[in-house]
Ligand binder design. Structure first.
Ligand SMILES: C[S@@+](CC[C@H](N)C(=O)[O-])C[C@H]1O[C@@H](n2cnc3c(N)ncnc32)[C@H](O)[C@@H]1O
Length: 231
């Protein structure tokens, strides 16, 4: 257990490489920690269960997660998962998708796709799309959100939970420090996504929170949870 923890911590300390394509950098960053990703992120990624609970996933719904990683979030659906028509997990990183494939092998309606979230399109419109701590790792986030909206049926729902910082709300110095720290691991913090979402969707839920950070008891990082409906 200690060895697993050290593997994740050393990957986080090394950070993402600066060279290579976006997909190559993700793979280099996540491959050494993929087997231990879920356990560590349980303590870091606030609100994932809450986001899934807030999504209107009725029996027969088609659901897509963009930037799904290991597919851990599918377990938050509980019994609702088997009733879905499909739950499609899209990610660019083969090392994390290997873990997602292990989950999909036990769940016949789960589909795992290696693709860029800015480009993937399902064969038919879907009812729900969600991104959990993924948008902040996608440099092309406007294209990703526009793509997510284009795959949603009218009246469909988009959910996002993620880190962010806003210099006006959180102070310029703190925002600068958070940005630098997270950028080391390829996470780009800003308030742009949170500002953009309500301009494209009708807001159903918006929660802002300060989340705990493992090993840093005095520290709280800003996060938001957004759920919105497409017109
Ligand atoms: C912090 S992880 C979150 C994984 C998962 N959603 C969760 O909540 O545990 C961010 C994920 O976004 C993926 N990702 C980053 N850019 C991507 C892109 N352009 N297309 C698809 N996935 C991407 C990464 O590979 C990684 O799995």
């Amino acid at each position: 257990m200690l060895a697993a923890e050290l593997k994740v911590l050393s990957a986080l300390l090394r950070g993402q490489p600066r060279s290579g394509s976006h997909a190559e950098r993700l793979q280099a960053f996540y491959a050494p920690q993929a087997g231990h990703y879920d356990r560590f992120r349980e303590r870091l990624l606030w609100g994932r269960e809450r986001l899934i609970a807030a999504l209107p996933c009725e029996p027969g719904a088609r659901v897509v997660e963009l930037g799904a990683g290991t597919g851990r979030n599918t377990e938050f659906f509980g019994e609702r998962l088997t009733g879905l028509q499909s739950c499609t997990l899209v990610d660019l990183c083969p090392a994390l998708l290997q873990q997602a494939h292990l989950r999909a092998a036990r769940q016949q309606n789960m589909v795992v796709i290696e693709a860029d979230a800015a480009e993937y399109q399902p064969a038919e419109p879907v009812d729900v799309v969600y991104l959990s701590y993924a948008l902040s790792m996608m440099p092309d986030w406007t294209r990703v959100l526009d793509n997510a909206l284009s795959m949603l049926r009218p009246g469909g729902v988009l959910g996002v939970v993620d880190f962010y910082v806003d210099p006006v709300r959180h102070g310029r110095l703190a925002s600068w420090a958070w940005r630098r720290w997270f950028a080391h691991d390829g996470v780009h913090l800003g308030a742009d996504t949170l500002r953009y979402l309500p301009t494209r969707l009708t807001t159903l839920r918006l929660v802002e929170h300060r989340a705990a950070v493992p090993y840093l008891p005095a520290v709280r990082v800003p996060v938001y949870l957004f759920v919105g409906r497409k017109a």
